[in-house]
Each structure stands twice: as C-alpha cells, then as structure tokens.
Design a protein around this ligand. Structure first.
Ligand SMILES: [Ca+2]
Length: 153
C-alpha cells in the first residue's frame, strides 16, 4: 500500500515537473534550437533569393516574412518545434541581418535597435548572417529578453 502511495506521488511529481517545463521553457528552448539550426542553414545568398530582386540589398535589420521553400524547411529539420523558420517561440517574426556586400561582416544589431542596447559600442560583427529573436515582449530594443541577449562577448 505504501509503495503504491509513493508511486502515485512520484507520478504526480514527474507530471507536474514536465508540465511546468513545457510552459516555462518551451518557447525559450524552441527559439534557441530553431535559431541555431537556421544560423547553420541560411546564407545571405539564400535570403537574397527569398526577398526578391526588387528589394534593396541593404545590411539592415529585416524580418523573416518570406515563404521558406520545403527543401530549406527540411534542411532545418525542426518539425515539432513551437518556433518555425518564420516565427520565434512567441509567434513574432525573427530579426535577421545579412552580409550582402560579401566583406564578411555586418553592422552590429545592438546599435540598430531604437534605442540601441545600453553600453554597446562594437560597430561591426564578423559574421555573414545574424539571426535573433526579440524575446517574449516582441520588442527588439529590450535586449535583456532577446535570444541571444548579447551579440558581443
Ligand atoms: Ca526584447
């Protein structure tokens, strides 16, 4: 009898923890995993092919408002993620910036938000593509809850 009671209590405890984990960490983990997969798969050339020939190739903050083709969705391969290639774990479009002039660097997004991130000084990052989430508040200028919260070390 005591064994049964302990087993039932343990079961309640485990289901409580897993439900809590889903609620508290689902969007964060989903956003984090999706972001790293996209970072590994997307290139400025791919983004250029998606935003259309009439869009300027400016190295500014863009949103992922284009249609990803099936081949790229399969390459990213995150079918059960709450986040998607278009939207982060809180349902907002991602922020993305690309090295379109092929010099291996992009402007630091920390200085492109309004207002810029407090204390940020580094003007450029040596990346060909940067992608980030504005976090649960959906505001890119509040860097504390962005994913990642910092672009520089
Ligand atoms: Ca934010």
């Amino acid at each position: 009898m005591i064994v049964l009671i302990i087993a039932v209590l343990a079961w309640f405890f485990v289901s409580y923890l897993s439900e809590k984990g889903t609620i508290d960490y689902g969007p964060w983990n989903g956003t984090n995993f999706m972001r790293s997969r996209m970072y590994g798969c997307l290139t400025p050339e791919y983004v250029a092919s998606k935003i259309g020939p009439s869009s300027p190739r400016d190295e500014t903050l863009m949103r992922t408002d284009w249609q990803f083709d099936d081949a790229m969705v399969q390459k990213i391969d995150m079918p059960r993620n709450v986040a998607t290639p278009n939207k982060d774990g809180w349902g907002s479009l991602w922020y993305i910036i690309c090295d379109f002039n092929n010099d291996g660097k992009v402007p630091n997004p920390e200085l492109l938000t309004v207002p810029p991130k407090s204390g940020a000084t580094q003007k450029e990052l040596f990346n060909r593509l940067i992608i980030f989430s504005a976090g649960p508040d959906g505001n890119p200028a509040t860097w504390e809850d962005n994913e990642p919260p910092s672009m520089t070390r």
